[in-house]
Design a protein around this ligand. Structure first.
Ligand code: SAM
Length: 212
């Protein structure tokens, strides 16, 4: 039922200011945090649809490691979840129409996508090095039972909560807090900011919040 009424619309580098904030604010802070004790950076893309979001996150972390100075050698894991098994299958496959990577900068397209053809269709596939960084799970964000063994450093939950009523949104924000390390970041969709009222997250940018 939920599957039928929600949209799966997604895009690589959607709401691109989030990825600038990730590079310039979240990753510098978090890469220092995960040194003591040394552990992998853990990211959750909740409501990942067909995979553009988790693959964008992976590209951003890879690029962060290659730029600048200091400790940027990050071991990272991305968990991507969705309600729709169909979307999860597409995400796992990592094959897209060539036009869908138009929002990806040319130098990143060359590095992270392989070209392929299927009949007359021009397709691209995410390189294995990125695909292996992401684990997929079917998870209903409306369930109250889920939780992760280890807390996350970054949660993306964008353009999903708009389908939930106010009370469910509040409960979800509460659960995100439980699943985030202190100092971890939460990225939400541009029309979802109001549901943050009354939570103890601190705003660190446009629709970017940090767990206290
Ligand atoms: C509009 S897409 C957003 C995709 C991506 N986060 C983005 O912003 O580009 C919304 C996704 O949320 C998923 N979704 C809807 N209700 C959900 C629920 N209760 N639990 C988990 N995922 C859900 C849908 O299957 C869909 O793939």
């Amino acid at each position: 039922m939920i599957d039928a009424v929600t949209t799966n619309k997604t895009e690589f580098f959607r709401e691109s200011h989030h990825f600038d904030t990730m590079t310039n604010l979240a990753l510098p802070e978090l890469s220092a945090m995960i040194l003591q004790p040394k552990r992998p950076l853990r990211v959750w893309s909740a409501g990942c649809s067909s995979g553009a979001e988790p693959y964008t996150i992976a590209m951003v972390i890879e690029e962060f490691q290659l730029s600048g100075t200091g400790n940027r050698n990050i071991d990272y894991q991305i968990i991507a979840s969705d309600l729709s098994t169909e979307m999860l299958q597409l995400a796992k496959r990592g094959i897209y129409e060539a036009a869908s990577i138009d929002p990806v900068a040319v130098h990143l397209r060359r590095k992270y996508f392989l070209k392929s053809k299927q009949g007359h269709q021009s397709l691209v596939r995410v390189v294995p090095g990125l695909r292996k960084k992401i684990q997929y799970y079917r998870l209903n964000l409306m369930d109250s039972q889920y939780g992760f063994k280890e807390q996350m450093d970054i949660i993306f939950c964008r353009n999903v909560m708009i389908y939930f009523d106010r009370e469910t949104q509040k409960q979800l924000i509460h659960r995100f807090k439980d699943n985030l390390h202190p100092g971890g970041f939460l990225f939400i969709g541009h029309s979802e900011s109001l549901a943050m009222e009354g939570s103890s997250f601190v705003r660190r940018g446009s629709t970017v919040y940090q767990n206290q």
